[in-house]
Design a protein around this ligand. Structure first.
Ligand code: GLN
Length: 278
């Protein structure tokens, strides 16, 4: 009889102050320490011993370090992504972009996809996984992020259809090096107000450049939306992730630029996605 079950219970207790999912966190850390899948951990729990480094892993989490950073990966759209502090941790909320892309493109799958601010590559690679005939381009202003996106494309067997470009949309004429005629544009840009108070695990550990977008959180939409015209194919669509309270201001920017706009919610019921078409 091992002690893993007891260690898990104690760890979940210790993490209950800082985490909304203390038991799950403890299980993920234990599985990581044992180098097994969580499903295997749960199956064999009664006979397992806690690994020596388990309490050190729990201590890191107690200091609000995200699980994804401690174990170096995060699942998104059922795929495993390498994650470091150089990229935003993929959120389940963002899966609604892929869900909607699959729904909208069911009868006419996209050939060319671009992901603006690709980070870990989560949106681009999930889309390429869903659309096996498509080719995709991921752009990001961070070379370190692009390295992670590259690694993820390799690990997911998608590197023959994915390419990446280092590019900053705050520079003039940035769209020139992307090309045009994209059928599907994906973007989860920074959209948090600089005065927002984020939780310790986000504010203390995730890249601020991928989160904050000026006092109103709209800085990056004001750049991206006017640039879509150059990038989109005539029948192309753009799926933009938005903050829960940004449907109105971002829709307004899109409408002012001549787009028809549709709003969708994430699984938690929050406004999360705007679909733009000509
Ligand atoms: N959804 C993220 C958060 O709430 C923000 C992501 C972003 O700015 N693109 O922390």
């Amino acid at each position: 009889m091992g002690d893993a079950a007891v260690a898990l219970r104690e760890a979940a207790q210790r993490l209950s102050d800082i985490s909304e999912s203390p038991r799950l966190d403890a299980e993920l850390l234990m599985a990581h320490g044992l180098q097994i899948e969580r499903s295997e951990l749960l199956l064999k729990l009664p006979e397992l011993e806690a690994p020596a480094e388990f309490s050190a892993l729990v201590e890191r989490r107690q200091k609000s370090e995200p699980i994804a950073h401690i174990i170096g990966q995060k699942e998104f759209w059922g795929l495993d992504f390498q994650v470091t502090p150089d990229v935003l941790i993929p959120r389940p909320d963002s899966e609604v972009l892929i869900e909607e892309a699959v729904r909208i493109c069911a009868s006419a799958p996209p050939q060319r996809i671009v992901d603006l601010g690709t980070g870990s590559g989560a949106l681009l690679l999930a889309a390429l996984h869903e659309f096996p005939q498509a080719r995709g381009l991921g752009m990001d202003a961070s070379a370190a992020a692009l390295q992670i996106a590259h690694n993820n494309a390799d690990a997911l067997g998608l590197s023959d259809r994915a390419s990446f470009v280092l590019l900053d949309w705050t520079e003039a004429d940035w769209t020139n090096s992307l090309g045009s005629g994209f059928d599907l544009i994906l973007a989860n840009p920074p959209y948090v107000s600089t005065s927002a108070r984020l939780s310790a695990d986000v504010a203390g550990f995730e890249p601020h450049k991928a989160l904050f977008a000026g006092e109103d959180g709209l800085d990056d939409y004001k750049i991206i939306i006017p640039a879509l015209e150059k990038l989109l194919s005539p029948t192309g669509i753009a799926l933009l992730e938005i903050g829960f309270d940004q449907a109105e201001p971002v829709s307004k920017i899109a409408a002012n630029n001549g787009y028809l706009v549709e709003l969708k919610q994430d699984l938690g019921g929050n406004d999360r996605l705007l679909t733009l078409r000509r």
